[in-house]
Design a binder for this molecule. Structure first.
Ligand SMILES: O=C(CO)[C@@H](O)[C@H](O)[C@H](O)[C@H](O)COP(=O)(O)O
Length: 215
Protein backbone atom coordinates (compact mmCIF):
# COMPACT_ATOMS: atom_id res chain seq x y z
CA UNK A 1 0.00 0.00 0.00
CA UNK A 2 2.66 2.59 1.05
CA UNK A 3 4.63 1.65 -2.10
CA UNK A 4 1.65 2.57 -4.22
CA UNK A 5 1.37 5.83 -2.33
CA UNK A 6 5.07 6.72 -2.72
CA UNK A 7 4.81 6.08 -6.43
CA UNK A 8 2.61 9.17 -6.71
CA UNK A 9 5.39 11.41 -5.36
CA UNK A 10 7.98 9.65 -7.58
CA UNK A 11 5.69 10.20 -10.53
CA UNK A 12 5.21 13.86 -9.66
CA UNK A 13 8.96 14.43 -9.48
CA UNK A 14 9.54 12.53 -12.74
CA UNK A 15 7.11 14.88 -14.46
CA UNK A 16 8.19 18.06 -12.62
CA UNK A 17 11.84 17.47 -11.58
CA UNK A 18 12.15 20.90 -9.94
CA UNK A 19 9.57 19.78 -7.34
CA UNK A 20 12.22 17.52 -5.80
CA UNK A 21 12.79 20.33 -3.26
CA UNK A 22 9.20 19.86 -2.06
CA UNK A 23 9.40 16.09 -1.54
CA UNK A 24 9.66 16.29 2.26
CA UNK A 25 7.02 18.95 2.75
CA UNK A 26 4.58 17.09 0.47
CA UNK A 27 5.20 13.90 2.45
CA UNK A 28 4.64 15.78 5.73
CA UNK A 29 1.43 17.37 4.44
CA UNK A 30 0.22 13.93 3.35
CA UNK A 31 1.00 12.44 6.77
CA UNK A 32 -0.90 15.24 8.52
CA UNK A 33 -3.94 14.92 6.25
CA UNK A 34 -3.92 11.12 6.47
CA UNK A 35 -3.90 11.28 10.27
CA UNK A 36 -6.66 13.89 10.33
CA UNK A 37 -8.89 11.79 8.06
CA UNK A 38 -8.09 8.61 10.00
CA UNK A 39 -9.33 10.44 13.11
CA UNK A 40 -12.53 11.60 11.41
CA UNK A 41 -11.45 15.24 10.94
CA UNK A 42 -11.79 17.47 7.91
CA UNK A 43 -9.93 19.90 5.67
CA UNK A 44 -10.70 23.63 5.33
CA UNK A 45 -9.07 25.31 2.35
CA UNK A 46 -8.91 28.84 0.95
CA UNK A 47 -7.03 31.21 -1.32
CA UNK A 48 -7.59 34.20 -3.60
CA UNK A 49 -8.08 34.46 -7.37
CA UNK A 50 -6.55 31.41 -9.08
CA UNK A 51 -5.98 29.88 -5.64
CA UNK A 52 -9.71 30.23 -4.87
CA UNK A 53 -10.34 28.03 -7.92
CA UNK A 54 -7.64 25.65 -6.68
CA UNK A 55 -9.40 25.47 -3.31
CA UNK A 56 -12.63 24.39 -4.98
CA UNK A 57 -10.75 22.00 -7.25
CA UNK A 58 -9.14 20.26 -4.26
CA UNK A 59 -12.52 19.83 -2.59
CA UNK A 60 -13.85 18.27 -5.81
CA UNK A 61 -11.05 15.68 -5.85
CA UNK A 62 -11.51 14.75 -2.19
CA UNK A 63 -15.27 14.70 -1.81
CA UNK A 64 -15.95 12.17 -4.56
CA UNK A 65 -14.13 9.66 -6.75
CA UNK A 66 -10.91 10.96 -8.27
CA UNK A 67 -9.21 7.97 -9.94
CA UNK A 68 -10.39 5.04 -7.86
CA UNK A 69 -13.80 3.50 -7.21
CA UNK A 70 -15.10 4.56 -3.81
CA UNK A 71 -18.06 2.34 -3.03
CA UNK A 72 -19.93 2.90 0.23
CA UNK A 73 -19.09 0.46 3.00
CA UNK A 74 -21.22 -2.69 3.34
CA UNK A 75 -22.71 -1.57 6.68
CA UNK A 76 -23.88 1.71 5.22
CA UNK A 77 -25.26 0.01 2.09
CA UNK A 78 -27.29 -2.32 4.30
CA UNK A 79 -28.58 0.56 6.42
CA UNK A 80 -29.60 2.49 3.30
CA UNK A 81 -31.58 -0.48 1.93
CA UNK A 82 -33.24 -1.03 5.31
CA UNK A 83 -34.38 2.59 5.62
CA UNK A 84 -35.98 2.60 2.17
CA UNK A 85 -35.52 -0.31 -0.25
CA UNK A 86 -36.08 1.71 -3.43
CA UNK A 87 -34.21 4.91 -2.59
CA UNK A 88 -31.65 2.98 -0.52
CA UNK A 89 -30.76 0.77 -3.48
CA UNK A 90 -30.00 3.82 -5.63
CA UNK A 91 -28.00 5.44 -2.86
CA UNK A 92 -26.06 2.23 -2.15
CA UNK A 93 -25.14 2.00 -5.83
CA UNK A 94 -24.22 5.63 -6.50
CA UNK A 95 -23.03 7.27 -3.29
CA UNK A 96 -19.24 7.57 -3.23
CA UNK A 97 -16.84 7.60 -0.31
CA UNK A 98 -15.79 11.14 0.59
CA UNK A 99 -12.83 12.72 2.34
CA UNK A 100 -14.51 15.72 3.99
CA UNK A 101 -13.23 19.07 2.76
CA UNK A 102 -14.75 22.55 2.65
CA UNK A 103 -13.61 25.43 0.45
CA UNK A 104 -14.03 28.75 2.26
CA UNK A 105 -14.31 30.55 -1.07
CA UNK A 106 -18.01 30.00 -1.79
CA UNK A 107 -21.06 30.59 0.44
CA UNK A 108 -22.13 33.84 -1.20
CA UNK A 109 -24.84 34.91 1.28
CA UNK A 110 -22.54 34.48 4.23
CA UNK A 111 -19.52 36.04 2.56
CA UNK A 112 -21.30 39.05 1.07
CA UNK A 113 -23.06 39.81 4.35
CA UNK A 114 -19.93 39.37 6.46
CA UNK A 115 -17.76 41.40 4.10
CA UNK A 116 -20.37 44.14 3.87
CA UNK A 117 -21.13 44.32 7.58
CA UNK A 118 -17.74 43.59 9.09
CA UNK A 119 -14.07 43.41 8.07
CA UNK A 120 -13.74 41.81 4.58
CA UNK A 121 -10.23 40.60 5.38
CA UNK A 122 -11.62 38.31 8.04
CA UNK A 123 -14.04 36.35 5.86
CA UNK A 124 -11.92 33.16 5.79
CA UNK A 125 -11.07 33.52 9.48
CA UNK A 126 -14.77 33.81 10.33
CA UNK A 127 -15.45 30.51 8.57
CA UNK A 128 -12.50 28.83 10.26
CA UNK A 129 -14.02 30.05 13.51
CA UNK A 130 -17.33 28.43 12.61
CA UNK A 131 -16.25 25.18 10.95
CA UNK A 132 -12.87 24.51 12.53
CA UNK A 133 -12.42 21.88 15.24
CA UNK A 134 -9.18 20.84 16.94
CA UNK A 135 -7.03 18.51 14.75
CA UNK A 136 -8.81 19.50 11.54
CA UNK A 137 -6.44 20.75 8.86
CA UNK A 138 -6.39 24.27 7.42
CA UNK A 139 -4.74 24.64 4.01
CA UNK A 140 -3.93 28.20 2.95
CA UNK A 141 -2.98 28.63 -0.69
CA UNK A 142 -1.17 31.85 -1.51
CA UNK A 143 1.40 32.48 -4.21
CA UNK A 144 2.86 35.41 -2.24
CA UNK A 145 2.27 33.77 1.11
CA UNK A 146 1.30 37.21 2.39
CA UNK A 147 -2.38 37.70 1.57
CA UNK A 148 -3.89 39.02 4.74
CA UNK A 149 -7.24 37.22 4.50
CA UNK A 150 -5.36 33.90 4.32
CA UNK A 151 -3.03 34.93 7.16
CA UNK A 152 -5.94 35.91 9.42
CA UNK A 153 -7.48 32.50 8.72
CA UNK A 154 -4.21 30.74 9.54
CA UNK A 155 -3.99 32.55 12.88
CA UNK A 156 -7.63 31.72 13.67
CA UNK A 157 -6.95 28.09 12.73
CA UNK A 158 -3.95 27.86 15.05
CA UNK A 159 -5.94 29.38 17.89
CA UNK A 160 -8.51 26.59 17.51
CA UNK A 161 -5.96 23.77 17.40
CA UNK A 162 -6.08 23.03 13.67
CA UNK A 163 -2.95 21.93 11.80
CA UNK A 164 -1.89 24.63 9.37
CA UNK A 165 -0.44 23.80 5.97
CA UNK A 166 0.72 26.52 3.57
CA UNK A 167 1.05 26.12 -0.20
CA UNK A 168 3.13 29.04 -1.51
CA UNK A 169 5.92 30.03 -3.89
CA UNK A 170 9.61 29.82 -3.23
CA UNK A 171 10.00 33.03 -1.24
CA UNK A 172 9.73 32.92 2.51
CA UNK A 173 6.54 34.57 3.70
CA UNK A 174 4.36 35.25 6.70
CA UNK A 175 2.30 32.15 5.86
CA UNK A 176 5.44 30.04 6.01
CA UNK A 177 6.17 31.51 9.47
CA UNK A 178 2.68 30.69 10.70
CA UNK A 179 2.29 27.25 9.11
CA UNK A 180 3.24 23.92 10.68
CA UNK A 181 4.17 22.70 7.19
CA UNK A 182 4.78 24.88 4.15
CA UNK A 183 5.09 23.52 0.62
CA UNK A 184 7.12 26.19 -1.21
CA UNK A 185 7.11 25.41 -4.92
CA UNK A 186 10.28 26.65 -6.63
CA UNK A 187 8.91 29.57 -8.64
CA UNK A 188 8.56 33.28 -7.87
CA UNK A 189 6.02 34.57 -10.40
CA UNK A 190 2.32 34.19 -9.59
CA UNK A 191 1.22 32.28 -12.67
CA UNK A 192 4.23 29.97 -12.59
CA UNK A 193 3.65 29.25 -8.90
CA UNK A 194 0.01 28.47 -9.66
CA UNK A 195 1.10 26.11 -12.45
CA UNK A 196 3.13 24.10 -9.93
CA UNK A 197 0.47 24.15 -7.22
CA UNK A 198 -1.89 22.04 -9.31
CA UNK A 199 0.33 18.94 -9.70
CA UNK A 200 1.27 19.18 -6.01
CA UNK A 201 -2.31 19.09 -4.77
CA UNK A 202 -3.30 16.47 -7.32
CA UNK A 203 -0.49 14.33 -5.93
CA UNK A 204 -1.74 14.83 -2.34
CA UNK A 205 -5.30 13.93 -3.37
CA UNK A 206 -4.10 10.81 -5.23
CA UNK A 207 -2.07 9.69 -2.22
CA UNK A 208 -5.01 10.17 0.14
CA UNK A 209 -7.40 8.37 -2.17
CA UNK A 210 -4.96 5.48 -2.52
CA UNK A 211 -4.62 5.22 1.26
CA UNK A 212 -8.33 5.35 2.08
CA UNK A 213 -9.86 3.66 -0.96
CA UNK A 214 -7.03 1.64 -2.58
CA UNK A 215 -7.29 -2.14 -2.53
O1 LIG B 1 -4.99 34.13 -10.50
C1 LIG B 1 -4.57 35.25 -10.66
C2 LIG B 1 -3.95 35.64 -11.91
O2 LIG B 1 -3.45 34.51 -12.55
C3 LIG B 1 -4.65 36.26 -9.69
O3 LIG B 1 -6.02 36.50 -9.64
C4 LIG B 1 -4.15 35.95 -8.29
O4 LIG B 1 -4.65 34.72 -7.87
C5 LIG B 1 -4.60 37.07 -7.38
O5 LIG B 1 -3.88 38.22 -7.75
C6 LIG B 1 -4.43 36.79 -5.91
O6 LIG B 1 -5.05 37.81 -5.19
C7 LIG B 1 -2.99 36.65 -5.47
O7 LIG B 1 -2.98 36.33 -4.11
P1 LIG B 1 -1.87 35.41 -3.48
O8 LIG B 1 -1.71 34.20 -4.35
O9 LIG B 1 -0.60 36.21 -3.38
O10 LIG B 1 -2.38 35.06 -2.11
Amino acid sequence: MEENINKHIDNLIDRYPKLIVCRNSIQEAYNTLKQAYTDGRKLLVCGNGGSASDSEHIVGELMKEFKLKREVFKDQAEALRTIDPELGEILAKHLQGALPAIALTGHSSLTTAFMNDSNPELIFAQQVNGYGKPHDVFLGISTSGNSRNVLFAAVAAKSKGLHVIGLTGQRDSKLKELADICIQVPETETYKIQELHLPVYHCLCLMLEEHFFGK
